[in-house]
Design a protein around this ligand. Structure first.
Ligand code: SF4
Length: 498
């Protein structure tokens, strides 16, 4: 879509709302063309009149045109942060109003573009707004549907509850294991050449040992203690039982885990789960595990590039239950290639029959670099994906689960969301901490980002580890050195508290 801005330069705000409402469009600069030549066009104009800031958006798409107007009391330019926030919101509101007549369906998340809707709600509550006022803001300023507003409010409350349980010196540890047995069609993370990558497992683990030692030496100096550990990837259980034994043993001896309240390992792929690996995880205190079917239909699993069947998922789940993990999560994806509403309903009913403590329902996001982007297959429509999510919503609520964290991603089918559901008392602390950005996340291994978080200002400094094992191994010395930033950062936070 060609973009033309007049009277403001909030291009990013226009692009964000455009991508949410018209995910197939990409922003392009305006050239000298008529609307018919441009194909699709947006003109966004800001003017000030009689103490009001007015934004008018004119959209032209598929031969149809439409106009939207938003008007707000003109903000004080002396407070740049508030000034920009108010005007950007008006820019998005007017775009949204212009877009409505061009859309098949009113978007559930209205004009909200951020990936963390619950954080917006919890911030409003913390700033002193009542629940009613926060709900009003969601529905009247962002045009969010009542159902999605309720979802954001529930997740916000779970976030605030988690926040109250945290102490200032606590942080979470993430360990990224970038290996999988095969590559899923929607994955942009794991290297296309899985077999070549697997040859790097041993040198990767040696490098990770060094990073663990370096981080363990920093934490006492930083005055920080670990509250939760999350091992993700990739699929950590791609490692052998003895490799897992060594790695988890090293984590347990290197760090002070006396304040640990949660230790999660993703065992996403059932084809990597064995009784001896599960015994190793339990021996080292892992108390949450994720077994991720994504679908319980063999045809859909095949289309995803998974080398296992739905029956394998049931066997793996039985092994996990026999190993006595206190909490099991199962991930599902709505909108997968070859899936149907009925198929998804079958998947959800089957998973609910297994009675896991957590169910995370994702919406398929088409990521750059994934095989699905390169070889598009028959995907369910955004409308069908929305029906899948509606079904999940009513079945999970009916079965006593509640939504406790959520996030949205770019290029999601139907511009929807990912929701973590849990039985009461089984909220995953790490998931809340990372989505609500409640405290520092120290990330080791491949693919993670350390987020040095100042909860009082919301400021975050990111230190990114490479995504692929080869780069990680090559840069290990530098990565260990970069983590030194944790010490002055935590010390500065401590001195603010005094
Ligand atoms: S299990 Fe996850 S990380 Fe591994 S290939 Fe599939 S989507 Fe990618």
């Amino acid at each position: 879509m060609k973009l033309s801005l007049l009277g403001h330069d909030y291009q990013y705000a226009v692009e964000q709302i455009m991508l949410v409402l018209f995910p197939e469009e990409r922003p392009e600069p305006l050239t000298e063309q008529t609307p018919e030549q441009a194909g699709s066009l947006c003109r966004s104009e800001l003017t000030f009149q009689s103490g009001k800031a007015c934004v008018k958006t004119w959209l032209y798409r598929d031969g149809k045109s439409s106009c939207g107007l938003a008007s707000v009391p003109a903000p004080d330019p002396a407070d740049k942060l508030v000034y920009d926030r108010v005007l950007q919101r008006a820019v998005k509101q007017s775009f949204y109003k212009a877009a409505l007549p061009l859309l098949d369906k009113k978007p559930d998340w209205g004009a909200l573009t951020g990936i963390r809707p619950a954080k917006l709600a919890s911030r409003a509550l913390e700033e002193g707004l009542t629940e009613e006022e926060t709900v009003h803001r969601f529905q009247e300023e962002y045009f969010v549907s009542p159902q999605r507003t309720r979802l954001a409010m529930e997740a916000a409350k779970a976030g605030l509850e988690a926040k109250r349980s945290l102490r200032p010196e606590e942080l979470s540890l993430y360990v990224g294991i970038p290996f999988c047995p095969t590559r899923c069609a929607y994955c942009s993370f794991v290297s296309a050449d899985v077999q070549r990558a697997l040859k790097l497992v041993e040198p990767f683990l040696e490098a990770l040992d060094r990073e663990i030692d370096a981080a363990a030496e920093l934490l006492p100096r930083a005055g920080a203690v670990i509250r939760s550990v999350y091992m993700g990837g990739g699929t950590p259980t791609t490692l052998s039982a003895s490799q897992l034994d060594h790695l988890l043993g090293h984590i347990r001896t290197a760090f002070d885990l006396s304040r640990l309240s949660e230790f999660t390992v993703e065992a996403g792929r059932p084809d990597t789960i064995t009784a001896d690996k599960l015994a190793v995880l339990r021996k080292h205190g892992v108390d949450r595990i994720s077994v991720n079917p994504q679908s319980m239909e063999d045809e859909v699993l095949r289309a995803m590039g998974r080398a296992h069947t739905a029956a394998d998922i049931l066997s793996a789940y039985r092994l996990v239950r026999e190993a006595d993990f206190p909490a099991v999560n199962m991930d599902l994806i709505a909108g997968l290639p070859k899936d149907t509403v009925e198929g998804f309903q079958y998947t959800l009913d089957t998973v609910l029959g297994l009675d896991p403590e957590n169910v995370t329902v994702h919406t398929l996001a088409l990521k750059k670099g994934s095989r699905l982007m390169l070889e598009p297959q028959s995907l369910p429509s955004g409308e069908d994906t929305a029906r899948m999510l509606d079904y999940a919503w009513s079945r999970l609520e009916g079965a006593g689960y509640r939504p406790y964290y959520l996030y949205r991603q770019k290029y999601m089918s139907g511009a929807l969301e990912n929701i973590g559901w849990c039985k009461p008392g089984f909220e995953g602390l790490y998931n809340i901490c990372i989505m609500e950005e409640l405290h520092t996340i120290l990330a080791l291994g491949a693919g993670g980002s350390t987020k040095l978080t100042d909860p009082s200002t919301g400021k975050i400094v990111r230190l990114t580890n490479p995504k692929y094992p080869f780069e990680y191994i090559q840069r290990i010395d530098q990565l260990c050195r970069e983590k030194e930033a944790l010490v002055p950062f935590c010390q500065a936070l401590r001195s603010k508290e005094v």
